[in-house]
Design a protein around this ligand. Sequence first.
Ligand SMILES: *Cc1c(COP(=O)(O)O)cnc(C)c1O
Length: 501
Amino acid sequence: MSNQLIDAPAHEAPLDPNDWTELRVLAHRMVDDMLGFLEDVRERPVWQPMPESVTTRFQGPVPIEAEGLARAYDDFRSDVLTYPLGNIHPRFWGWVIGSGLPVGMLAEMLAAGMNPNLGGASHAANLVEAQVLSWFKELLGFPAEASGVLVSGGSIANLVGLTVARNARAEIDLRRYGVAASPRPMTLYASTETHSSIQRAVEILGLGREALRLIPCGSDFRIDLAALADTLAADRAAGRLPFCVVGNAGTTNTGAIDDLAGLARICAEEKLWFHVDGAFGALAALSPTLRPALDGMERADSVAFDLHKWFYLPIGIGGVLVRDEAAHRGAFTLTPDYLRHAERGPAAGERWFSDYGPELSRPFRALKVWLALKTHGAAAFGRAIDENVEQAHYLAALVSVAPDLELLAPVALNIVCFRYRVAELTGAALDDLNQELLLRLQESGVALPSNTTVHGRYGLRVAITNHRSRHDDFDLLVSEVRRLGQDVEAAMRGAASATTA
Ligand SMILES: *Cc1c(COP(=O)(O)O)cnc(C)c1O
């Protein structure tokens, strides 16, 4: 018999745990398992193919009735956790993907448990993001009055920066009338080595990709400043409205850093918005030895940076800084009545981050940055970045002394592009050999570089944004590449002699 006047219905709060003790035991096991997973990562293959028996399990129907977390977690362990791309492995160097710090994993749990909404209002999580942004202003050489916002990664950071640039430099009220109303077509400038996210941003912004004028590079893969000046002059003469130059602080292909000081000067003279795509390399500013290479970045109007690449945090975090706070807010702020900011109480709050980007509800991304910087200190990140660059030079040296390997590009930062070579083979045959070699290497699970084409030559690309790699890992890479190169070469010769016989 209940002494409540009205019995609570049995189905009330159906999603809340009814046995916290049981959940606690399982949750502790999850934390232990995941820490073990990180600790033992070196013992596992980098990558392995998924058997069909596993892939088909992802086609099952929606679970209508409860299975319980314990069973769901078993499925996660057997079917998901077993088949990663491998980017937390010490021998993963494909594309540009970070290695994920343990403190980042813990921070994501804490953030999701607290579940704040960083769109705005008065609560401490917003102050964490504001503080993180202040720290990055300092680390990247931006003034304290600059504004910024954390986003999901470099692509969105570039989109935000270019949106502000477009709106600030349009000859019309762009938010009101749209790009089509621009009296002159708006154009922007970047090198041919620029990341595809810039083109995508230009397309999303309604400028059309013809608006993105691609400027050739020198043999060092840095933008040719004379060619930029010529194109600007020609475009002005043709009635276009140049409004922005995008500089690369580390290109994805080779790690080349544009002459950012030179670009800053041109932008100042030509009254153009200077955006730096630092998704890959801006964080090199944390290293006192590398910082001079980024000279000029601190003069940008906006800079995009990624924290899930060369800051090693779990994926889903980048940021953008904008020198002119009013221009930044002016591109995005939109406050309907139901979001009107109050003077006091929970709906107050000095800075509403939803005024600085496309998202209204925003996750607590800042926590993993805040905890990581407090845990390790910015200097340790600088040392890890230095270490990765030193490892790139170590690998390049191993490649240079191996008679059957060749470098495809000079090492500008932390990227090494190289390939296996055979004196008698050239062109497509050598490309094919390296393609087969790379696939065998990746499928072996020993190491995972990705591929690239440099000056028309196909090769392996090792991008080191990995805080777990050690020198031995590069020794092993080189010996495996040479061994597989010889195997593939022998197989090709066998096939060739079989066809001639
Ligand atoms: C990775 C990268 C981007 C895109 O960043 P995401 O975080 O993948 O969205 C943009 N520019 C450069 C130079 C990059 O390396």
